[in-house]
Design a protein around this ligand. Structure first.
Ligand SMILES: Cc1ncc(C[n+]2csc(CCOP(=O)(O)OP(=O)(O)O)c2C)c(N)n1
Ligand SMILES: [Mg+2]
Length: 337
């Protein structure tokens, strides 16, 4: 699975094992619907000014979130940027705690101190939620170092945006990860835009997996809009990292449907481009496969989506009823004891 030659290992259309199993496919379908519905409620709540601060949603990128997570063990670590509401749920943080965090409530996973960009759970090994572009990359290398130092066989997944690969700390951290053979999986969520700038205007290379060549790092490319190919590919990548302890850079091709943040209408993208990507929608793609394979009817898939909507609504309802933190909390977790 791992390639350290110039050409990347690419995901193929062929899938195997769990990605052909009916129960697996239906649960993945529902999970992706849940994340879509969750983020739609987040958008709505933000627009209604139910919470403030920055807010970046992940709509369109669900296949990557689910395809990666399902290749991991609960003991593996994950670290991400600011577009991480649903990645943190996938890693095990209850949706109620994520919605509470958005609302700044005391029951939030960061006790209401963090907000949208700072989901965190030591218990579930989700290490943030980081607002500094690329800031999570050296932290991931540090966790990889700790895993090796303590002789464990966990790995850490580090999500990064395409634009973040132009940050200096990305290059420094990848160099150290490759030199010290750290068990890090760097996943570039290559949605092709920074805030509003096309990657082609800021990046000298045509494929972001080429960043790995400078460090002689194993690397690959995956169609991040298709959950079956993504998951099948990731199973091999994760097994490879666990075995070799070598880091891996994955260029995951995907698309975000909404603007960079809630305040960005995304007018820099053409309607044709949006339509082209939405035709590859991860939920519709999987639904079509399920129906064609006669594993479920349209009505059965709709019922899964209805359940997903109810789950998202319950998360928001829970958050609304919770208390804001006491004033005294402002003094807590400022200094180490
Ligand atoms: C160090 C730093 N520089 C600039 C910013 C402002 N900023 C926030 S997000 C962003 C674009 C990042 O795009 P990308 O890495 O592709 O991630 P995406 O938003 O597409 O998921 C920028 C420039 C920041 N938060 N941190
Ligand atoms: Mg981007």
């Amino acid at each position: 699975m791992a390639s350290k030659n110039n050409a990347p290992v690419k995901s193929s259309a062929a899938t195997s094992g769990s990605t052909q199993d009916k129960a697996w496919l239906l649960s993945v379908y529902q999970e992706m619907c849940y994340y879509r519905r969750f983020e739609e409620r987040v958008l709505q709540a933000y627009t209604q000014q139910k919470f403030a601060g920055f807010c970046h949603v992940h709509i369109g990128q669900e296949a990557l979130c689910v395809g990666v997570q399902r290749a991991l063990r609960p003991t593996d670590y994950m670290i991400s940027g600011y577009r991480s509401h649903t990645q943190s749920i996938a890693k095990g943080i209850p949706g109620k705690e994520v919605f509470s965090e958005l609302y700044g409530k005391v029951t939030g996973c960061s006790k209401g101190n963090g907000g949208s960009m700072h989901m965190f759970s030591k218990e579930h090994r989700f290490l943030g939620g980081h607002g500094i572009v690329g800031g999570q990359v050296p932290l991931a290398a540090g966790v990889g170092f700790a895993i090796n130092y303590e002789k464990r066989d966990d790995i850490i997944v580090c999500y990064i945006g395409d634009a973040a690969t132009n940050q200096g700390q990305f290059h420094e951290a990848l160099n150290m990860a490759a030199t010290w053979k750290l068990p890090c999986l760097f996943v570039i969520e290559n949605n092709r835009y920074g805030m509003g700038t096309d990657i082609k205007r800021t990046t000298s290379i045509d494929h972001l997996w080429k960043r790995a060549l400078a460090f002689d790092m194993d690397h690959g490319e995956v169609d991040g809009m298709n959950v079956q190919t993504t998951h099948a590919f990731l199973e091999g990548v994760v097994a490879g990292i666990r075995k070799t302890k070598r880091p891996y850079l994955l260029d995951a091709i995907c698309y975000r449907y909404k603007g960079h943040s809630v305040s960005d209408p995304g007018l820099y993208r053409s309607k044709e481009e949006m339509a082209e990507w939405m035709a590859k929608d991860p939920i519709i793609q999987l639904g079509d496969f399920i129906k064609k394979s006669k594993m479920a009817t349209d009505a059965e898939l709709k019922a899964l989506d209805t359940k997903a909507k109810e789950m998202a609504r319950a998360d928001e309802d829970f958050a609304e009823e919770q208390d804001i933190p006491p004033d005294s909390q402002v003094w807590q977790n400022v200094y180490a004891d």
